[in-house]
Ligand binder design. Structure first.
Ligand SMILES: Cc1cc2nc3c(=O)[nH]c(=O)nc-3n(C[C@H](O)[C@H](O)[C@H](O)COP(=O)(O)OP(=O)(O)OC[C@H]3O[C@@H](n4cnc5c(N)ncnc54)[C@H](O)[C@@H]3O)c2cc1C
Length: 521
């Protein structure tokens, strides 16, 4: 089979996607020359300050300690997303990251072979019609700005990496300052010998196989290419324009299309370990704590309100005018959608250049890292002049993007009908794959096997469903009743609630944890 060389790997784009691609490629292709071409004139998007737990594993694989991200990219711990006012009554619930930790629920899964402990907790909580925070340790911890970590007294101060001084009580992710993150990743890349070129790519040259073999730059020079990563953000410079890849828009399903970012001051002693997502009249607002400030933004449907109206709603909500970092440039504009073939020939689009659904569950960097793993964990496939490896990766990419679409749409189906924006989010307008799940849940409680090989597992769907009060009590009773629980487990629901409180009492202050991780105390 004909093969291409992999001597010159070129990443175009120096945002989060570009640098994650370059650092990963360098590890799996140690003899290749890795070059990042980025245009400082164009700059990076500078949004995207929340992640999911996989980011921790990914940066670990890249050999980047959390401490460095806390110190240099203002990273904070994210244990959940707190959804506020999504049911329209001012209440909140968390999408807490899944944990296998028993947290006082040992043995609960004996009640149902197709459920995990956390979900049995949610079912019992539904039957009791109690507030979800009774069993959600992350919600409880969030009330006193704690993170789900405990000191490991026997190890404290003995490790060169302070994270090992702690027992980690649930999965966690990070928030960070997006501009600083790109800077840290670039520094690490440069320390490791990755070459950077500040220039704009103006045109490409291709060989007889239609592989890109040369990039012509605005500096009147050119760069040879064997394989390239198109990380050009919303510019989408190569995969769409050079290869004519098909774009699938989902803007009629997920209708938010613009965002006004703003900053709020933060008290460094009182830092929540969660992203807050507040439902607004025409979309939602993110509030993300980084170590120096809250990064916030109103994501809205620009076919329904103007940027001025969005700003007026922000200021009405806050009661004052915050700092707007993009006042001169205007807000972000986007469309939910993706290319069906992000990998064509010797070019793969990673990050925003491949597609973007919307920021609600912070999935963009996750899809980025998953796609990188698909491409680079079998790096030898990149040599093959054969469409099959790309087709396999592209199939997974489309499948993941659709899963994100389903999950996010489900959040909006909250029963709110106070504006035309919320009225749109009904069962009729839902993607077909989501309709199938919802139909099943009318007669059967959600189960593990509904989510086999899915990005979001049962726990995530259950937390959103329970948070919106959409788990049917009669169905919940058909899975487990409180009496059965008490007799099989040997303690009562109230004891369970008490145990959870005791667990949370031992959690550490998030502000204090960050200082220790950054080696500041
Ligand atoms: C409002 C909003 C909120 C978001 N929130 C989240 C979140 O919480 N979590 C999450 O995971 N994601 C989020 N995202 C997505 C997130 O911003 C991106 O996944 C992330 O920033 C990666 O961007 P990127 O590297 O693909 O693009 P960019 O950061 O835009 O980088 C593009 C790079 O390409 C370069 N470039 C472009 N054209 C050329 C050219 N011709 N020649 C040379 N260089 C070129 C630019 O100079 C730049 O360096 C959000 C997005 C938006 C719009």
């Amino acid at each position: 089979m004909e093969q291409r060389a992999l001597d010159n790997i070129v990443v175009v784009g120096g945002g989060t996607a570009g640098w994650l691609s370059a650092l990963y490629a360098q590890i799996v292709l140690p003899t290749s020359k890795i070059t990042v071409v980025e245009s400082k004139d164009i700059g990076i998007l500078g949004a995207g300050e929340g992640t999911v737990p996989d980011f921790i594993h990914f940066t670990d694989f890249l050999g980047i300690p959390i401490s460095r991200l806390v110190r240099d990219a203002d990273a904070t711990i994210k244990n959940s997303i707190k959804f506020t006012n999504w049911t329209g009554d001012g209440s909140h619930f968390h999408h807490s990251f899944y944990t296998e930790d028993n947290l006082g629920l040992d043995g609960c899964n004996i009640l149902h072979p197709n459920m995990c402990q956390t979900n049995i907790g949610i079912i019992l909580n539904t039957i009791r019609q109690q507030p979800l925070d009774q069993i959600d340790i992350v919600d409880l911890a969030g009330r006193s700005n704690k993170a789900a970590f405990t000191y490991n007294g026997s190890l404290l101060g003995q490790n060169s990496n302070p994270i090992f001084d702690y027992d980690i009580k649930t999965r966690f992710a990070l928030h960070f300052n997006a501009v600083k993150l790109a800077g840290v990743l670039r520094s690490i890349g440069e320390e490791r010998g990755i070459k950077t070129v500040d220039a704009k790519v103006l045109s490409v040259e291709k060989n007889h196989n239609k592989d890109i073999v040369k990039l012509n730059l605005d500096s009147n020079s050119s760069i040879p290419v064997d394989f390239m990563f198109d990380c050009t953000g919303f510019g989408r410079v190569f995969i769409g324009k050079e290869f004519d890849a098909e774009w699938v828009s989902h803007s009629k399903t997920l209708t938010v299309s613009a965002a006004v970012p703003f900053f709020l001051p933060l008290d460094s002693e009182q830092i929540p370990a969660y992203t807050e997502s507040i439902a607004m009249k025409y979309g939602w607002m993110w509030v993300i704590p980084t170590r120096e400030r809250y990064g916030c933004g109103y994501v809205y449907d620009s076919s329904m309100i103007s940027e001025e109206e969005a700003i007026a709603e922000i200021e009405e909500h806050l009661g004052f005018a915050p700092e707007y970092p993009r006042k001169d440039k205007g807000g972000f504009k986007f469309e939910a959608g993706y290319y069906t073939t992000p990998w064509v020939n010797n070019c793969v689009a990673i990050g925003l250049s491949g597609g973007f659904i919307e920021p609600l569950e912070a999935t963009s960097i996750w899809v980025t890292t998953q796609t990188l793993q698909d491409v680079l964990s079998n790096a030898n496939n990149m040599r093959l002049i054969d469409p099959r490896p790309a087709a396999a990766v592209n199939k997974k990419f489309v499948d993941r993007s659709r899963q994100v679409l389903d999950f996010i749409y489900y959040h909006y189906m909250s029963g709110r009908k106070d504006t035309p924006f919320w009225e749109h989010y009904n069962e009729e307008n839902a993607p077909d794959s989501l309709k199938e799940l919802i139909e099943k849940w009318k007669y059967s409680i959600p189960e593990y096997t509904d989510f086999t090989n899915r990005l979001f597992v049962l726990n995530s769907w259950m937390m959103i469903a329970r948070g919106k009060n959409q788990i049917d009590i009669e169905l919940a009773k058909s899975v487990a009743d409180v009496g059965m629980f008490e007799s099989k487990i040997g303690f009562t629901y109230d004891t369970l609630v008490q145990r959870k409180k005791e667990v949370v009492d031992r959690f550490v202050s998030h502000g204090e944890l960050l200082k220790r991780l950054a080696n500041e105390v």
